[in-house]
Design a binder for this molecule. Structure first.
Ligand SMILES: [Zn+2]
Length: 316
């Protein structure tokens, strides 16, 4: 007699004793049920949104941005010549980059494989961003600014991406590390921040984050995730992909994508409109005509907002 089952036997026994009382209880139950639902709706509206899980980069039309051929991603490391107080020795720097790449490559159930190599000694670092004047000469690069930071003020690092406007295919990504304002290290463990507030910043942790942008992920509020927007000085917590990050990677680059990847290698003749964007916003700031080439959107991937308030506040 009780809708949904008879586990609450008081209602059915009351019905036998007093139908009027049962009606009252029925009304009361209805009111309680409505109040309960109202409360749930209210809580849903008023409480902070739950964590988001992974966030995939999209263009203005909701098309996902991803590499068509993620098993062969190559990044060239342009370590600055000579010693710099703001950077670890080149050998440690290269190891940190390589470990960050491995953290994305070592995930089963995803096609991603990131290879890193060191630029030949004396090689001139490319200008960050996609070079439309020489599309075939674009190589994904990891760059270190030591003299002048030209990107988002205060950022630890930026990732600049380029993608085709029609296909959403990522075509190029550069990661630029801000070694002008911050002191970088290949930390062995979590370390106390400097009292003067300029470091140390863990290179591997931040590169893991930036490589996530390069792969097509945006910031998330999920804890833990390497795609959180902030990290504190001396923290190494973003080195390890969380379950959320792994889910995102398997979603964006599943093994089933292999056939598409092969097709993408064959078909490079897509005629796309040319749009250029610079900045963290996805809104176009200008259009450029570039006849005969793939349309590209250059996006300043972001930015890694740091917190001067200190490590404990910016990273739970
Ligand atoms: Zn970021």
């Amino acid at each position: 007699m009780v809708p949904g089952g008879g586990s609450h036997s008081w209602a059915s026994s009351n019905e036998q004793k007093n139908r009027k009382g049962d009606v009252k209880r029925g009304s009361m139950g209805f009111l309680l049920s409505m109040a309960h639902r109202f409360l749930l709706v209210l809580l849903t509206v008023l409480l902070p949104l739950p964590s988001q899980a992974f966030v995939v980069a999209t263009d203005g039309r909701g098309q996902m941005l991803r590499w068509p051929d993620p098993g062969e991603l190559r990044f060239v490391i342009h370590a600055p010549q000579g010693d710099h107080d703001s950077l670890p020795p080149t050998e440690e720097l290269v190891t940190a980059v390589s470990r960050a790449a491995d953290s994305w490559s070592d995930i089963e159930g995803s096609l991603v494989f990131i290879e890193t190599e060191v630029a030949p000694s004396g090689a001139i670092p490319p200008r960050p961003g996609y070079n439309r004047d020489d599309p075939s000469g674009n190589t994904n690069a990891i760059l270190f600014e030591t003299e002048r930071w030209r990107h988002q003020p205060g950022a630890f690092a930026v990732t600049l991406r380029a993608y085709g406007s029609q296909t959403g295919n990522l075509l190029h990504a550069d990661i630029v590390i801000n070694a002008v304002q911050y002191r970088w290290a290949a930390l062995e463990q979590r370390t106390r921040p400097d009292p003067d507030g300029d470091g140390p910043v863990d290179l591997q942790a931040v590169l893991t984050h930036e490589l996530g942008h390069a792969l097509g992920f945006e910031h998330t509020t999920t804890i833990p995730s390497v795609m959180r927007s902030t990290i504190g000085f001396g923290e190494i917590c973003m080195r390890e992909l969380s379950e959320t990050d792994v889910d995102g990677l398997r979603f964006l680059y599943p093994p089933e994508m292999l056939d598409e990847a092969v097709a993408a290698r064959v078909d490079n003749s897509v005629d796309e409109e040319i749009i250029a964007l610079l900045g963290c916003s996805s809104a176009p700031q200008g259009a450029h005509v570039h006849a005969g080439l793939l349309s590209l959107i250059v996006l300043l991937g972001l930015a890694f907002v740091h917190s001067r308030a200190g490590a404990s506040k910016s990273w739970p």
